[in-house]
Design a protein around this ligand. Structure first.
Ligand code: OOB
Length: 545
């Protein structure tokens, strides 16, 4: 919410935002979680403290903190002159680049709400975001020789909605060029947004259903980024590589680019997360910290066998977004860095981290423990009752940086939140006596085969132990006799492994007969979501006749 004089007009971004209940908000303030600062203060205070220190770097340009601060002001002035400001939602779909940071802070300084889309999102997702948030502008990049983002924005403009401005970083054609916006003059008025109101809208990472918009407040997101930076012991000597898409919560704020900036570190934007390109970037800039999804981390570890420039400067390598197998964790620690950190997080809030000096057994075998002492976790059975310690159940959570509702999604909110404000994560976890969690699967990621419930994640982790399997996803396909049959979509290293050999392998590992694949579908690569997680919906669509 904004202060009285800046009150947004009706139809504004505040409608449909569910705030923290007052008693919990005052508790988080008093307990010191919420600093009452706008998110933008991360840049302002680092620009005061480290004006000449390199803030952001990409292949084309680099800015110090003072320069980035000035660019954000100029962008804000340019946006305001277009009539974009408090109460507006603006879709941002930029590649990993310094201009992503300029756009994010520029928008924050106008009071508009950035909606952080990923470069992998296409017409269907963006149209849905427009319908939900009534965005008035979209800022897109260009991808020479790749996908035409400008043409997609033009298609969106044709739909009945409030979209008026298409702003293009690159060849803008008849649209507004981002560089022109960034040449805005004059100092934008200094806003004092209510820090308990929304600062950004993130996009949910779910692999089922339409993505939802997630309002993160100034208070909760500043805490999210700065507490994560402290946990990773970031300082101004660190160099953080944004390898995943910058608009995703993990590389954005866990600690990500915002946490790195709060510590005065340098943020390097990488466009290509392949080992070849990323290893060269790491060597060139002396990258000390980065975040990857397990599939990429596995690939980076394998690539140490053939790449010449093996990373030697990584102090912390965070892996999260999907389950990391214990064998992969060990391999990553031995070839890439002993500083592996498992991260089990969600755009909705809760973050779990293994700690930097945890013993290797915890780092390899768990997905960490909550960031905040006041993260309240409940692990419940189907009836909603808490399960005994060590037993798997669904994870429900509330706390100082977990949302209280999706943005304008009443029906979804009824399903996803309990009456006392806990978010139902849909993840099944086990909590050990030491408070560490192990993710055991998703409530819905099970295959119902002939009356048995089979955990997809469990089967996948067994499959991945086969030396000739480099990726695996178990999905249920309709079957007239079994209800669902188990299909394993598998990427083989070299020639496919036959069913007999696969069964022998699973047999040797003690996997029950009814939990083994009924069919194996070899694939050259598994389809992925916009952030690089395995996309099961797309696998099922490919395999269904
Ligand atoms: C992160 O955020 P989202 O919103 O893209 O996805 C959240 C979901 C979780 O609910 C869980 O199902 C899965 O991704 N997940 C993991 C995991 N980390 C996330 N499942 C197993 N093991 C893990 N380590 O993915 C995200 C946000 C912030 C930090 C890290 C990841």
């Amino acid at each position: 919410m904004l202060s009285a004089e800046d009150m947004p007009t009706p139809g504004s971004a505040m409608i449909g935002f569910i705030p923290f209940p007052p008693h919990r908000a005052s508790f988080y303030r008093e307990a010191g979680y919420w600093a009452g600062q706008p998110l933008d203060e991360i840049l302002r205070s680092s620009a005061r403290r480290w004006p000449d220190h390199p803030a952001v770097i990409d292949d084309a340009e680099h800015f110090t903190y003072a320069e980035l601060d000035q660019r954000a002001d100029a962008a804000a002035a340019g946006l305001l002159s277009l009539g974009i400001g408090a109460g507006d939602c603006v879709l941002v779909q930029l590649p990993n680049s310094c201009q992503f940071a300029v756009a994010l802070f520029g928008l924050l300084r106008t009071g508009a709400l950035p909606v952080l889309c990923l470069p992998g999102h296409r017409d269907a997702e963006l149209a849905h975001f427009l319908d939900v948030c009534d965005a008035t502008a979209i800022i897109v990049g260009t991808d020479p020789g790749g996908f035409d983002y400008r043409a997609m924005a033009e298609r969106l403009l044709q739909r009945p909605n409030r979209l008026r401005h298409v702003i293009v970083d690159g060849e803008a054609g008849s649209h507004i060029s981002w560089s022109q916006v960034c040449a805005g003059e004059g100092q934008p008025p200094r806003l004092r947004p209510d820090s308990s109101g929304p600062a950004v809208l993130l996009v949910s990472g779910g692999t089922t259903g339409a993505p939802k918009l997630i309002p993160r407040t100034h208070d909760d997101y500043v805490y999210n980024a700065t507490a994560s930076a402290a946990l990773c012991r970031l300082t101004s000597d660190d160099v953080y590589l944004v390898a995943l898409p910058a608009g995703h919560n993990f590389p954005l704020a866990c600690p990500g680019l915002l946490g790195a900036m709060s510590a005065g570190a340098t943020v390097v934007f990488g466009r290509d997360p392949s080992p070849e390109a990323a290893f060269a970037t790491i060597a060139r800039h002396g990258v000390t910290v980065t975040a990857l999804v397990p599939a990429l981390a596995r690939l980076w570890a394998q690539a140490c066998e053939w790449e010449e420039q093996i990373p030697s400067t990584l102090r912390v390598l965070q892996v999260g977004g999907a389950k990391l197998a214990a064998d992969d964790a060990r391999h990553i620690r031995s070839v890439l860095t002993p500083g592996l950190q498992q991260v089990f997080g969600m755009a909705e809030g809760l973050l779990n981290y293994t700690r930097l000096d945890d013993p290797p057994e915890l780092i390899d075998n768990t997905q960490g423990r909550p960031l905040a002492e006041d993260d309240e976790l409940r692990i419940v059975d189907e009836a909603g009752d808490e399960v005994p310690e060590g037993e798997p159940g669904e994870l429900l959570v509330r706390g100082p940086y977990t949302i209280n509702g999706y943005f304008r999604a009443e029906a979804e909110n009824q399903r996803s939140f309990t009456l006392d404000g806990f978010y139902r994560s849909g993840d099944t976890v086990r909590r050990m006596a030491n408070g560490y969690l192990e993710v055991t699967g998703r409530v819905k990621d099970v295959i119902l085969r002939g009356g048995e419930t089979v955990s997809a994640l469990d089967l996948e982790s067994h499959l991945l132990t086969h030396p000739r399997i480099s990726a695996a996803a178990a999905v249920g396909l309709p079957d007239p006799y079994l209800g669902e049959k188990i299909c394993a979509a598998v990427v083989f290293r070299g020639a496919p492994v036959g069913m007999t050999e696969l069964n022998e392998h699973l047999d040797a590992r003690g996997v029950a007969v009814h939990c083994r694949p009924d069919m194996v579908a070899p694939m050259p690569a598994l389809p992925t979501t916009a952030v690089g997680k395995i996309d099961k919906r797309s696998i099922v669509a490919q395999l269904q006749p």
